[in-house]
Design a binder for this molecule. Sequence first.
Ligand SMILES: NC(=O)c1ccc[n+]([C@@H]2O[C@H](COP(=O)([O-])OP(=O)(O)OC[C@H]3O[C@@H](n4cnc5c(N)ncnc54)[C@H](O)[C@@H]3O)[C@@H](O)[C@H]2O)c1
Length: 438
Amino acid sequence: MSMSIDRRSFLAAGATAATAAVLPAAFGQGESGGGRPVRIGLIGCGRRGSSLASVLLRLPDVRVTALSDTNPANLQAAAGLVTAGGQPEPARYGDDPEAWRRLLERDDVDAVVIATPWDLHAPMAVAAMKAGKYAAVEVPCALSLEECRALVDTHEATGVPCMMLENWSFRRDNLAVLNMIRKGLLGEMVHCHCAHSHDCIDHWFFDPQGNDRWAARFLIEHNRDQYPTHALGPVLSWLDINVGDACATIASTATASRGINAYFARKFGPDHPGARRKYAQGDIVTSVIRTQRGRTIVVNYDMQLPRPYDNRWMVQGTLGLYREDPSTVYVVDRSPKYHAWEPFAPYQKEFDHVWWREHGAAAGAAGHGGTDFLELKTFVDAVRARTQTPIDVYDSVTMSMVIPLSERSIAAGGVPVECPDFTGGRWKTRRPTFALEA
Ligand SMILES: NC(=O)c1ccc[n+]([C@@H]2O[C@H](COP(=O)([O-])OP(=O)(O)OC[C@H]3O[C@@H](n4cnc5c(N)ncnc54)[C@H](O)[C@@H]3O)[C@@H](O)[C@H]2O)c1
């Protein structure tokens, strides 16, 4: 595949375009264009990868041509999904932990979808961009500032887009709220709250028998917001982060670590090793991000205490506010009663996003309330048109940088730490592109 990419013309387009930037001809023409299907290579065929494969197989004019996984059973099962979907047997790469690199050499792969453990995301996405393949990488896209920098540098050097698959940015309610904000209903934005409150102890960090899964080691070794992207996804677009504002500082505090030991003692008895092992990770992490324009965002990590799922989104401006739970809104001069909540449902109807109006029926059956469908559809549409992806590399690393920055702040006693500006100052002139309606 030809890889001569005009980096300067891509950056110029990306810096000024109000709509999705068209990539240089040298990158795109004649590759996935010409009316033939978009060809996807999937790296990581576990729970999430196989679920993403099922969605990809439902999209028109998409082929899953190659798979990589070091687990033979997962590789086999994913290949079965592809053939059951009526597509030819995909090429398979699984004989060693580096086998995925050979998938990237294939001419019949336009883009890769990466759904492996966290520490593999950035190296795989960097290698994909270097090979000229669009990269869609699961959350988080990076664990360290060095990985964030490598993703941005590689994107800027190659011109190849990289999108973190942050599905909550595509939620129907969150996109309606974005439309309300863009139409000025809530006035000037001032403050947001968001959380990932999701008890993942017994199926994700550990298996139901109490054995470590790959994510367990992060709880043993680190004290930080381990998973900030689902909380921050919609907030970035609500506050125009990287396109008019930017994160300036973050200050984080963690509670003591009690929940994991308590879970093991409750389920397996006080003598179980999990009940006695020391975990670095506090149960609740609260971070306050202050932006360059003086807005604040409270982000909560909350994944190891027993509780129902919750994101606790709230966005507040000079004319009103929206809160996700309970689904209510208050808008000056519009809400019928002074200082009284009203239901969000009529606003959802009035400000429903075009993606949901046009694709809601198809999206509805896919995972995570249809958001998986929309994120993959819009990603694949960008690959087909050789345009920038709906979530770009700057937004991807901005959501992920909270992981290392919160760890640094917690270790320093909660002091604010400076957020790197991965746009190199261009946040002042860049304009929103995510989910724009015509
Ligand atoms: N966006 C969402 O809503 C959402 C939901 C669940 C998981 N995820 C993300 O998806 C990712 C995967 O999570 P999961 O629950 O599917 O984990 P999993 O353990 O079920 O799957 C990971 C897969 O990667 C494979 N793998 C490991 N090393 C590999 C290598 N070197 N080469 C190729 N394959 C390799 C494993 O064999 C496994 O099949 C995680 O990053 C997680 O954060 C996102």
